[in-house]
Write a new protein. Structure first.
Length: 451
């Protein structure tokens, strides 16, 4: 099997890949069943299961996980005595946010300016297609040289931990020599990158109450404690003047020693408005890969339209804290809760409820699997050398897998390069990246089998 033949096979399969990705993107598979029908997620799960059966996978199953969602599993046997590789992706997606802000419908894959637009196109339905392309290329060029397990998660974006708990209860299911997580991305399009660290996360719901009910702001304002104002003070206490995260007791001075992120490039990637400063201190890589970062995800309070002149009796916020490698997410949660309670003003009543948590992750980049991937990426991306980068996002399953299978090698690759704008409106995937990474994954499996 030559590298050229693998690349040619993947190229010939790209029209089919686009058609399949369009089918998968069409499912509104947001694992928040208060907002989106459960049937949409079930439809996406069944689509993945059908694709695995078509490729000859055995033991294909759509199984319920403890958080009320479904994951999809399949096993493709390789040669006797071969190693086992687990390929991961997730079929659930983030909500589309404001659908009217999308240039084209979020659940309709649309080609524009050389990219394919749609919610989940990169994160991470494109990862499902990437795995299928790699396996098809191998099957067309001598066969798949390893045993392959595929797992497609149904609630990764919600952080509710269903697959993690299921894996802990069924540790034999996902056991493998190497695990390829297809839910990361290149540092930039065209630069092959393996993600070697992930920040963990904790998510809490903060409720502040001060009055039995809302009061007239003219009659009572100035003396009656305003719950919304109290909440704003609490949230403001989580950042220093320069915007750095300041949770008391949580280290915020770590440094990133690897690939650096040029500040002007970051401004372009993040689409920061002219004249608006970046927040935090240290290098950009320090801030997004090696240090904690708090984000206020939402606030429950009266909207401007229809607001009345009232002192608010209660207010609520959802707060996310990204946790850098080397910090225990459970301990970070305790520190965050203590900080919020200590900074709640005026004796207001405050409650902090944890609604999600995932541990940070660091990979062993000296392992044979990384050497096999570097060789594969050098072929898939001629003239480029594989880079190691961090990622500010969380994939909680990584630490569960590392704990369950301490001898397994874990690599993170994927389609979420900066232009993909994952989690934002107008998410897209580069078909060139999909093609190259599919080639890289196929060649990696071949190299790893021979190593």
């Amino acid at each position: 099997m030559s590298s050229k033949s693998v690349a040619e096979t993947v190229a010939s399969l790209m029209p089919r890949a686009k058609s399949e990705l369009a089918e998968l993107v069409a499912f509104k598979s947001v694992a928040d069943f208060d907002q989106f029908p459960r049937s949409e997620s079930e439809g996406a799960a069944n689509w993945v299961a059908g694709a695995l059966r078509t490729e000859g996978f055995q033991d294909v199953a759509v199984f319920d996980t403890p958080d009320g969602t479904q994951s999809v599993y399949g096993y493709l046997p390789g040669p006797e005595g071969a190693r086992t590789v687990l390929l991961y992706a997730h079929y659930d997606v983030q909500p589309p946010l404001d659908e009217t802000a999308w240039t084209t419908p979020p659940f309709e894959l649309t080609e524009r300016d050389g990219r394919w637009y749609g919610r989940g196109a990169a994160d991470c339905k494109g990862g499902v297609i990437m795995h299928l392309l790699a396996l098809r290329a191998l099957k067309a060029n001598g066969g798949v040289p390893v045993h392959v397990k595929v797992i497609a998660e149904g609630s990764e974006e919600m952080g509710t931990g269903g697959l993690e708990r299921y894996a802990e209860e069924h540790p034999e299911l996902l056991a493998a020599d190497t695990i390829v997580i297809g839910d990361a991305g290149n540092f930039r399009a065209g630069l092959p990158t393996v993600t070697s660290t992930l920040r963990g996360m904790t998510m809490v719901r903060v409720q502040v109450d001060t009055l039995e009910g809302n009061l007239h702001s003219g009659q009572f304002g100035g003396a009656a404690p305003d719950a919304l104002a109290a909440l704003i003070r609490v949230l403001d206490s989580l950042r220093a003047e320069d915007g750095s995260t300041t949770v008391e007791g949580l280290t915020a001075e770590n440094r990133w020693e690897g690939l650096q992120y040029d500040e002007e490039q970051f401004r372009r990637d993040a689409k920061v408005l002219d004249g608006v400063e970046l927040i935090g201190s240290g290098t950009v890589a320090d801030r997004i890969w090696a240090r904690p970062a708090v984000t206020v995800l939402g606030i429950d309070c009266p909207p401007v339209v229809g607001a009345t002149p009232s002192v608010q009796a209660g207010a609520r916020a959802l707060v996310s804290l990204r946790v850098p490698p080397g910090v225990d997410a459970a301990e970070a949660t305790k520190l965050l809760q203590a900080h919020i309670e200590a900074h709640t003003p005026w004796g207001a009543r405050v409650s902090v409820e944890q609604v999600g948590q995932g541990q940070p992750f660091s990979a062993d980049t000296t392992s044979p699997a990384y050497a096999a991937m570097a060789e594969a990426m050098a072929v898939a991306y001629p003239g480029a050398r594989m880079q190691y980068a961090g990622q500010g996002g969380s994939i909680p399953l990584c630490n569960t897998l590392a704990s369950l299978y301490p001898d397994a090698e874990i690599l993170l690759i994927g389609l979420s390069e900066p232009e993909a704008q994952i989690h934002a409106v107008n998410e897209s995937v580069s078909p060139e990246e999909l093609e190259r990474l599919s080639v890289a994954e196929a060649l990696f499996l071949r190299n790893y089998a021979a190593s």
